[in-house]
Design a protein around this ligand. Structure first.
Ligand SMILES: [Zn+2]
Length: 322
């Protein structure tokens, strides 16, 4: 059993690029970030049960600091204790995780995702080094995925195995969208999937979220920086959903000012309107959600995720073989 975790792959683009797969539509969690989405996908828990609502949020141990989910180390990050690998082990499969582009992440988040998996190292695809993103030949990248899966399936040992493999297509889509490179890469992945099926495997692909066109807006960045200085709030969240931690008693006035000054394409909500009670202690009182195509984003990004558009929420569940 081979499971490809393709970061940032939308349902619509998967359906276009994988004619040989049976594809159904899954709905991502909110916020549509990798940290929340992969944890839900691999543990089966909703955000208000695994308690990782995004990337930057209040320190789980209760200090005044904000933490980054990708680098945080601590027992309190999430109460999640079992994964798909735990289930696989119980069912008699040998659970193997090709870390792939997850080799660049560390900390308790990755530990929680891959708990009970046997890690397989040495296969990076979209993150060959720590430098800025550079496009590489898509057929070569698909070939690297094929080699990673084939070599992991060929590891010595008897009995059935579950091989999960993480591919961060997201890195490319942020810069270039769902373009010809991405289509050629996915076509190569489908060829590899069919070859594995011919060899007796079942191959599945899933994703954490899709991405939606987003233009970085420097004026918005400046406005929020000015307001943060004036009101002394800090900002958490990531991508197209951010939240603010206003000083006690100032949320109402700040919300009114934000509604007056932000463009109408940015929704200003109270946290209790969009997040369940259980996870609210990690989130600031006010939430900003991008509803249009301009928002805060790194200057080189053209696509982003985190909010509630169909492109972000609809993800594929693709199956090759029976
Ligand atoms: Zn992601």
């Amino acid at each position: 059993m081979v499971v490809l975790g393709v970061d940032g792959l939308s349902h619509a683009f998967a359906a276009e690029c994988w004619p040989g797969a049976r594809i159904s539509r899954l709905r991502s969690v909110f916020p549509t970030t990798s940290s929340a989405g992969w944890l839900s996908a691999l543990t089966g828990l909703d955000v208000h049960h695994h308690l990782v609502p995004g990337v930057v949020f209040a320190d789980p141990t209760g200090t005044d600091e904000l933490i980054n989910a990708f680098t945080y180390r601590g027992e309190d990050l999430t109460p999640a204790r079992e994964t798909v690998f735990t289930d696989a082990r119980r069912l008699g499969y040998r659970p193997l995780a090709v870390l792939g582009d997850m080799e660049t992440y560390g900390g308790s988040w990755r530990d929680a995702l891959l708990r009970d998996a046997e890690p397989v190292l040495g296969h990076r695809f979209y993150t060959p080094d720590e430098g800025p993103y550079r496009e590489r030949d898509p057929e070569r990248l698909a070939e690297l995925v094929r080699e990673a899966l084939a070599s992991t399936l060929a590891l010595p040992g008897e009995g059935p195995r579950l091989v999960w493999c993480y591919v961060e297509l997201d890195r490319h889509v942020h810069h270039f969208g769902y373009d010809r490179h991405a289509a050629r890469f996915l076509a190569g992945v489908e060829r590899a999937a069919r070859e594995l099926v011919d060899g007796g495997a079942v191959v599945i692909a899933h994703a954490d979220h899709g991405l939606t066109p987003t233009r970085p807006c420097p004026d918005l960045t400046e406005l929020l920086d000015d307001l943060a200085r004036a009101h002394g709030f800090r900002m958490g969240g990531a991508g197209r959903t951010r939240w603010l931690y206003p000083a006690p008693g100032t949320a109402g006035a700040l919300a009114a000012e934000l509604r007056g000054k932000l463009p109408p394409s940015v929704r200003v909500a109270r946290a209790d309107e969009v997040f369940p009670e259980e996870v609210r202690y990690r989130i600031g009182e006010l939430v900003l959600i991008a509803e249009g195509d301009t928002f805060l984003a790194p200057s080189e990004y053209r696509y982003e995720h985190g909010s509630l558009t169909g492109a972000e929420l609809d993800t594929p569940y693709a199956v090759w073989g029976s």
